[in-house]
Design a protein around this ligand. Sequence first.
Ligand code: BG6
Length: 516
Amino acid sequence: MSNPDDVETNPLAEALPRTRAADSCAVVLFGATGDLAHRKLVPALFQLARGGSLPAEYAIVGFARREWADQEFRAQYHPALGKHGGADFEEVWSRFAPRLVFAPGTFDDLASYTALKHTLEALDRTHGTAGNRVFYLAVSPEYFATIIARLGEAGLIYPRQQESPWSRVVIEKPIGRDLTSALELNREVSRTLDESQLYRIDHYLGKETVQNILALRFGNGIFEPIWNRRHVKAVQITVAEEVGMAGGRGGYYDTAGALRDMVQNHMMQLLALVAMEPPVDLSADAVRNEKVKVLEVLPRWRPEDVFRSVVRGQYAAGSLHGHEVPGYHEEKGVAPGSTTETYVAIRLELNNWRWAGVPFFLRTGKRLPKRASEIAIQFHKPPTALFEPQEGSLGGANELVLRIQPDEGASLRFEAKVPGSRRRLQAVRMDFRYGASFAIPTPEAYERLLLDVMLGDPTLFTRTDELASAWRFVTQILDAWRMPGAPAPASYPAGSFGPAAADHLIAADHTQWRRL
Ligand code: BG6
């Protein structure tokens, strides 16, 4: 049971919303024996318990196809959670463990859901979970529709407008494979669920640095007046990863590719937050209304526009930090001759009053030399050059870089006079670092998002119209790539910054990718 006193003293609790407590509830994890539950979800719930942020009464119900007793289920998590330790681990665990309950079942068997219903009703009596339910579908997306339908048939989803007790369903990408399948899935689940009961997770929105984009833009006076086409020359959004197909992900990834895996969701969200207008307030719909307006002005391209504006790449064998690493084709689970892209670079413009004519360059890739996600706002140079041009100077082109991860923070590059008798300028950097400025630890994205589901706050979750607009943009690229004559993925050696074609793409605008 959580101790309200913990909230006062635990720094993590201070980092999470505290204006009101979440209602007591049961969190049912479908796929409780899987990777996401093990690596992210249960550890996040444990951290929330440690910080005193979980509701006063709660239960975590693992639903999977095993015949486990509660004790066996708990035993799965004890060593994994203990690894990250903390002096108070055993004490927190002793409060947390009795709240872990296992419910065996198969996803398409209605009887399993009837049994689950009885288990949940019993927990309402024994654990005080008050009839409130979160169903977290940490399963392969092909099961989403079936599970949601069975939840409905078993009476586990409450009527749409019922406020209390409540039932909420959480799903995670990939939500569809293209616009048509995403809309179809939506149609299916909307037979059972109202939009307000469905929480689509994009874990990037749970990152503090991503939430800080709005804080920086709209919580300060100096940025917004210059955040437009008059002052901004270009925007670069990068999500670079070192990882390849670790953890047996090859099978999934080969059917997805970088465009579906990273661009449709995380990068479109970053773009929307950078480019949106100020919302009227910070309510869920006000924020999402503005984000969707950005996604709606994404370009509508013919195939030849796609070939001109988008580069896809695939990594070949190479070396990363001095170690030889295999090429994509050698990875486990990847189909022979696969043309799945592991890298994408895109040049796009947003056709609205704020941004018309400003190029946005997006790039993401696996097996790049460095893990680094950032957004760079590049400003125009001053209209005249008073100072001598100098190596190491920007020519006055200031740059604001929001570092999403790692080394979370933001920096502004500007020119300063080199001390001495000459009028020489050199680029210098003003830097903000989370670690140095705030003494509280940053909560994991899943902690924030799970808590928001329990609080019923959908601000950081993707709404149907956002999802559809992002898919519309991505689907036109997927369709063009399937056409005869479409350029094949360009090869890049693992450990490099992507294919040369991506450099040519950006060079056409007389600029280059930022060095990470
Ligand atoms: C996931 C993708 O959504 O995000 C992965 O499926 C990717 O391929 C991951 O590695 C990146 O997340 P993060 O939080 O490590 O940037």
